[in-house]
Write a protein that binds this ligand. Structure first.
Ligand code: GTQ
Ligand code: FE2
Length: 372
């Protein structure tokens, strides 16, 4: 149990009844405050400083089939190039006033690139990743390093790195983008620059240079001893993620520790120079649940987004229940209690969150009502 009792209710401040004369003065005072851009705290304390977070964002599910169909159609109707930069369809949380924010901090989008197309290079202070739910044939060029994108891969494009995408295949390809665009937007901290239209590296290697240098378990190049803000590995290949998850479950079968909870394996993508998160604002994880297994219900400060990679699941977020299939995306707003139950074949789930922001600022809290 947590040391805090989160069930405490806000106590309304009840002012003594004003006389008719006082009321007239109060009305004048509030009108004057309004005209001069002032607002008294006593009329809004509950909304501004609730006992526990009361997000405007709501839990919502986006259907992959629907998303994919629209992305495909946009591929036929909308050219990609300088200015528009990307054929990406952002997910807009129904509670966030029409902004293309999946949460107050995070952007999630499906991006679509037809055969032979290039998305020109640019850079921005916003951190970005790609998660590839299906397909291959696109390379993302990150600071002149061509990084392949294949099913199950997780790629990062840290803030201020130049990046563009090229599709050399005969098939179109779609993937999930995640960025901290809303955070930068709301905090007025974003910068953006165009790069070259023709990509700086149009090669199609099997491995990026970043992987050749850094993606060997427990080993780092002695020539680069320092810490970096973001992971020096540009692509986390599916083979490694898959193996790490299946080994956790195999060890559970053999009676050894490793899983988060019974039947729930999970790994976090890390910055190998620090052991911390891949990027300063975004956490990324992969979860595997056996059939019938469930995650432990929890309240957390911060926002999560899940995408089903394989299998099916039921997500419980607050009072809402979502049935999820391949590719479906669901978000968990801050402090909403959530847990996910695997379907009959188990489930593989990609997950990203803004938790690093709150941890760095010492604002992170979690509460497991049923204990752990
Ligand atoms: O691929 O560079 O979904 O800059 C949103 C902004 C993708 C990208 C997005 C971007 C990109
Ligand atoms: Fe970008």
């Amino acid at each position: 149990m947590s040391e805090h009792d989160y069930s405490t209710k806000h106590v309304e401040y009840v002012a003594p009844e004003p006389t008719a004369e006082e009321q007239a003065e109060l009305d004048d005072m509030y009108a004057r405050m309004d005209e001069t851009y002032m607002k008294p705290l006593w009329r809004q304390i509950g909304g501004l400083m609730p006992n526990t977070p009361e997000p405007s964002a709501v839990a919502h599910k986006w259907d992959w089939e629907e998303l994919y169909k629209l992305a495909q159609r946009s591929g036929e109707l909308v050219p990609v190039g300088r200015g528009g930069e990307r054929r990406a369809i952002g997910l807009a949380n129904p509670g966030l006033g029409g902004n293309t924010y999946i949460s107050p901090t995070l952007w999630a989008a499906i991006q679509y690139l037809a055969p032979g197309e290039n998305a020109p290079e640019h850079r921005h202070s916003q951190n970005a990743f790609r998660f590839i739910i299906e397909g291959e044939g696109v390379w993302t060029v990150v600071n002149g390093d061509a990084v392949p994108m294949k099913r199950g891969d997780f790629l990062i494009t840290p803030g201020w790195a130049f990046h563009g995408h090229h599709n050399i295949a005969t098939e179109p390809m779609a993937w999930l983008d995640g960025l901290d665009i809303p955070f930068a937007h709301q905090m007025d901290s974003g910068f953006f620059e165009y790069g070259t239209e023709k990509l700086t590296d149009e090669s199609t290697p099997e491995y990026s240079r970043s992987e050749r240098l850094w993606a060997h378990p427990g080993l780092r190049p002695v020539a680069f001893p320092g810490r970096t803000i973001s992971s020096p590995i540009g692509r986390f290949a599916w083979d490694h993620t898959d193996k790490a998850l299946s080994e956790q479950l195999a060890l559970e079968d053999a009676g050894f520790p490793g899983v988060v909870s019974p039947g729930h394996a999970a790994v976090r993508f890390t910055n190998t120079t620090t052991g911390g998160d891949v990027m300063s604002t975004i956490r990324a994880e992969f979860h595997r649940l056996r059939a019938g297994a469930s995650t432990t219900p929890v309240h957390e400060v911060g926002n999560r987004v899940f995408q089903v990679f394989e299998g099916s699941a039921t997500a419980h977020v607050g009072d809402e229940v979502f049935e999820l299939r391949h590719g479906d995306i669901v978000n968990v707003p801050s402090w909403k209690k959530w847990h996910i139950e695997a379907g009959t074949d188990g489930v593989d789930l990609f997950c990203f969150s803004d938790h690093p922001i709150f941890e760095k600022l010492d604002l992170a809290r979690t509460y497991t009502p049923e204990g752990i």
